[in-house]
Write a protein that binds this ligand. Structure first.
Ligand SMILES: [Zn+2]
Ligand SMILES: [Zn+2]
Length: 267
């Protein structure tokens, strides 16, 4: 079966990812305007009115600021963890009478023909999660906004056909950059974001342990990273571990202000 993936945008100015099967169309996060999301979807031939669900990873504004608009204007059901809903509901305007599906654990659930598996990650939000999406034997995982990785996450994502993983910053750029110290500390902490180097190590580990084919680097910092630097750092780390980019894995990027490549993962 086929799962389709496209990042509509990714970074601290806004995140929204599209995942679709033959029968089900989903968005992960809506940290952009409704207008942008609608037009980005139509550029890949998806009508926003056909979206079956919006899933939220955590309550930071770069992940939720368009959520209320999508619910009100296009009647898109919201899928959100109970604790995250508590933290976000006052920030997205009226959702009275809207379809809100709250879950309170990490159990797998279905939306149409896509199985959704949430998993806990470490980030300075109240209850941040990543998601895996499975349609028959095809799997996509989205793992951004996390300060560190652990074996549970590795086990969850290692057999993904396509893995979206955060490569947020270059540690040296953060240290010498102009951010105030408290912000530098936050970014570099275990509750912050993954560096390019950390992302490279995650990619190497999951490719060695599992069978990831497509790796898509996401949530690159505007201030503390460059697309080439993120790409080359991850590439060098995995190639040092004898994983050939372009042969063993495909390595790609997402962008802050435009859509990524469209992936059709087939098995
Ligand atoms: Zn974010
Ligand atoms: Zn965040």
């Amino acid at each position: 079966m086929t799962l389709k993936f496209c990042s509509l945008a990714s970074g601290s100015s806004g995140n929204c990812q599209y995942i679709g099967s033959k029968d089900t169309k989903l968005l992960v996060d809506a940290g952009l305007t409704g207008k942008y999301i609608k037009s980005a979807l139509s550029s890949i031939d998806i009508d926003i009115r056909d979206i079956d669900g919006l899933l939220i990873t955590h309550e930071h504004s770069d992940h939720i600021k368009g959520a209320g608009v999508l619910m009100r204007s296009f009647d898109i059901p919201l899928y959100v963890k109970d604790t995250t809903w508590e933290a976000m509901q006052s920030k997205i305007g009226s959702t009275k009478g809207k379809d809100i599906r709250i879950f309170s654990d990490y159990d797998e659930f279905f939306i149409g023909d896509i199985s959704v598996k949430p998993y806990s990650i470490s980030h300075d939000a109240c209850d941040p999660i990543g998601f895996s999406f499975i349609n028959e034997d095809t799997k996509i995982s989205i793992t951004t906004d996390l300060g560190c990785i652990n074996q549970e996450i590795i086990e969850q994502i290692k057999d993904s056909d396509l893995l979206v993983i955060e490569a947020n910053h270059d540690e040296e750029m953060v240290k010498i950059g102009k951010y105030p110290w408290f912000l530098k500390k936050r970014i570099l902490s275990e509750m912050g974001h993954l560096s390019n180097e950390a992302a490279g190590n995650v990619v190497a580990e999951v490719v060695e342990k599992g069978n990831v084919s497509y790796v898509v680097l996401a949530h690159l910092s505007k201030e503390n990273n460059f697309t080439e630097l993120a790409y080359e750092t991850v590439k060098n780390i995995v190639e040092d571990r004898k994983i050939r980019v372009g042969l063993d894995i495909n390595l790609d990027l997402t962008y802050r202000d435009r859509i990524s490549r469209v992936y059709n993962i087939r098995k």
